[in-house]
Design a protein around this ligand. Sequence first.
Ligand code: BG6
Ligand code: MG
Length: 221
Amino acid sequence: HPSAFIFDLDGVITDTAEFHYLAWKQLADGLGVTIDREFNEQLKGISRMDSLEKIVALDPALGGLSADEKERLATEKNEHYIKLIAEVTPAHILPGMESLLKDIQAHGIKIALGSASKNAKMVLEQLELTDYFDYIVDAAQVSKGKPDPETFTTAADYFGFAYADCIGVEDAEAGVEALKRAGMFAVGVGLSLSEADYIVADTGTLHFDSVITHYNERSDS
Ligand code: BG6
Ligand code: MG
C-alpha cells in the first residue's frame, strides 16, 4: 500500500472549480475581456495572481497595470468567489469522495490536502471534511505553486514519506505536472489529463481498489 494520499481540493473533493471560473468570468467581463471554459482549463490549479496574469495577458490594453492595480483586481475576484462559496455545504462533496476518504482511513493510510487556494481550510470546514485530513498544505505554506512540486512534497516531507510512496489526485494539468515532477503516482480526474498515471472520467468512478491496483502495477514498482 502507499503511505499517503494527497488530494487537490477544487475540482476533486468539491466542484468549487466552477465557482472559481464564474468569479474570474465576472472579473474579466468587467475588464472587457472574454474568457470561456476552454481557456479556464489553464487557470485550474494555479494561484490567484498567476491566474490574473493569464487573463491580463489576453488584452494588450491591460499591459500597463501596476502591481497595486493587480492586487486590487485579485482581491475583487476573491470577493466574488467568497460570495459564491458561502453556500457550500456537505451536499457539495463530489460523488464518491467521502467514501473514498473513509476507505483510505480504514486502511491506515495518511491523508493530506495539497491545494493552491488560500480559501482551502474554509471550504473543507464548510464541507465538514476537515477531520479526515492528517495534514493540510494550502497556498500560505508554499513559495512556488503548481506546476512546481512544492505543494505535494511539503505534505510528504511533513510525514517523512518517500515521494514514490505517495498518490496524488488532481483535476488540473498544472497539478498533474506537479505530481509527476515530485515523483508521485498521479491520479487524474478528467479524461483530458493524459500525463496522469491513472485517469478516471469523474470522481464517481474513482474507487480505492482500482487506484491501489493501478498504483501496484506502476512501471517502476
Ligand atoms: C486552486 C484553483 O485550487 O486554487 C484555482 O484550482 C485557484 O482555480 C487557486 O485560482 C487559488 O485559489 P484562491 O482561493 O487562493 O484564490
Ligand atoms: Mg483542482
